[in-house]
Design a protein around this ligand. Structure first.
Ligand code: MG
Length: 379
């Protein structure tokens, strides 16, 4: 793999927090990816909600399949730009490790529970998972990933959390939020790949669920254009195949748009190396039209899918599960697993414990502790 001068290079990594001897056959970013794939948090993603509760149907995306799709898109964009594919794969597979059960509903509920105790941010939690919560190595907590992988995982960060990080790791992954610089191009790329992935797969899952119709989505300019194009070439196409053909064309167009736009921006800014790219304005980007149309699609999904009454109903119940679990464990920390029960920072320990749960584990725990069943527990 030949890398552009502004790409992240594993051989010039800013390294790990705990020094380790190099692996004989893998570079440091490949090694990070492998650590992520073998982590407990990664396996739990299969039972965590993306939009639809994990057990509502076998074919909906979960956090795991979403993360794999993000990695696929990120690699497809990284390769023609000569960015580091190993690094984008590691970041993409880890980007959602800190997500709570029940998707954004769970995260909002946990954030509200943690008001006055530092709050809860899922990006920051993803970093906590790889820095502190995974227990796999004899000499340190977490996975001891490279700076560049950790930098990519921490997509957003509040000022308070950035200060907290900076105090413990001066000049580390919190610094850019204080200096308002960009992360590596690979990290920027993963953000866009995430957005492309969920915009596309949420149309698929939304139509599959019956909560939105193909006719409705066809009115969204970005999708409608590709559906009309597909129908011009295949006039008898309908149903699922029409949906997939339109999504496939939309995905390709967005990927090529990012590649072309980014090439132009990199040529104009001409960063000499990865650090200069960090000090430039964001270089990995959609073109203007694609950005506006992607935003329209996102707004459509918010209005018609994420805030659909049926989704909102389960969302409300899921939030109640999280709130009641939180209140219960704060009163009786001994009900948590030993490592969490023993911690002196009770509220944060409870947040870490709940955040790590899969949807179905949270539902079973809730039923065990309260004797009530708010949502059906999958078999
Ligand atoms: Mg994501």
């Amino acid at each position: 793999m030949s890398l552009a001068p502004y790409a992240s290079d594993a051989a010039r990594s800013r390294g790990r927090r705990h020094a380790e001897p190099p692996a004989p056959t893998r570079n440091d970013f490949q090694r990070d990816r492998d650590r992520i794939v073998h982590s407990t948090a990664f396996r739990r993603l299969v039972y965590k909600t993306q939009v639809f509760l994990n057990h509502e149907g076998d074919l909906f995306r979960t956090r795991l399949t979403h993360s794999i799709e993000v990695a696929q898109l990120a690699r497809s964009i990284a390769r023609p730009l000569a960015l580091n594919e190993d690094l984008v794969e590691a970041i993409a597979l880890a980007h959602d490790l800190g997500h709570t059960p029940f998707g954004h509903a769970g995260q909002d509920a946990l954030h509200a529970c943690m008001a006055g105790h530092g709050g809860f941010e899922h990006n920051f939690q993803s970093l906590r998972v790889v820095d502190a919560l995974e227990e796999r190595y004899p000499d340190f907590d977490g996975l001891n990933l490279c700076f560049e992988t950790r930098e990519g995982i921490l997509k957003h960060c509040s000022r308070a959390n950035a200060d907290w990080l900076e105090a413990r790791e001066p000049g580390g992954v919190g610094r850019r939020f204080l200096e308002r610089t960009q992360p590596s191009l690979e990290a920027q790329l993963c953000n866009l790949a995430d957005e492309i992935a969920y915009n596309a797969h949420d149309i698929d899952d939304g139509v599959r669920s019956g909560l939105i119709t193909l006719e409705q989505v066809a009115e969204v300019p970005l999708f409608g254009r590709f559906q009309r194009e597909a129908l011009r070439e295949h006039p008898r196409l309908q149903g699922r195949r029409l949906l997939y053909e339109a999504i496939r064309r939309m995905l390709s167009a967005l990927v090529y748009d990012v590649i072309d736009t980014t090439r132009g921006r990199i040529a104009a800014a001409a960063p000499a190396d990865a650090d200069q790219a960090r000090r430039s304005p964001p270089l990995v980007a959609f073109g203007e039209e694609a950005r506006e149309q992607a935003a329209q699609l996102k707004a459509f999904l918010l209005r018609n899918l994420y805030r659909h009454p049926r989704v909102m109903e389960t969302t409300g119940q899921a939030q109640q599960v999280v709130r009641e679990l939180f209140a219960y464990y704060v009163q009786r920390p001994g009900e948590m697993q030993a490592g969490f029960a023993a911690r002196s920072d009770t509220h944060r320990a409870v947040a870490d414990y709940i955040a790590g749960m899969t949807d179905r584990y949270a539902l079973r725990e809730h039923e065990r502790l309260t004797g009530r069943r708010l949502l059906a527990v999958p078999a």
